[in-house]
Design a protein around this ligand. Structure first.
Ligand code: FES
Length: 119
């Protein structure tokens, strides 16, 4: 069976590092939260090098049911958990609308997305 989606959590030069003003996010904690979300076999999580929009760190790219979604300033595990809750809902109901909490973090970048384009 093919996974419904793929998530890239950026841990490049800026994301996850405080030296450039981003909130400190730890990869092991991010992995633990993902593993607890019950998405195994449905969505794959990968940690990536820089995805490009460094000014928006911490960046997560989600490709789900062929739909690209970009998220910026996912600056806490609580916010990442909210994103995972949306992913669970959208796996079951493709095209599910973003909740307001995540709409504020959604933007358009390479390949598409929902929300404002970066300047
Ligand atoms: S380091 Fe994450 S977008 Fe560049």
């Amino acid at each position: 069976m093919v996974d419904a989606g793929l998530m890239f959590a950026c841990f490049g030069c800026c994301c996850g590092h405080t030296t450039n003003g981003a909130a400190r996010i730890a990869r092991p904690a991010t992995r633990r939260v993902f593993d607890a979300a019950g998405l195994q076999g449905k969505v794959r999580l990968a940690f990536s090098e820089c995805l490009g929009p460094c000014s928006e760190a911490n960046v997560v790219f989600l490709y789900l049911h062929g739909r690209p979604l970009w998220f910026r300033r996912i600056n806490s595990l609580e916010l990442f958990e909210a994103l995972l809750a949306y992913v669970r809902a959208a796996v079951a109901a493709p095209g599910a609308p973003l909740p307001g909490q995540l709409t504020a973090h959604s933007f358009s970048w390479t390949g598409g997305g929902v929300g404002p384009e970066l300047a």
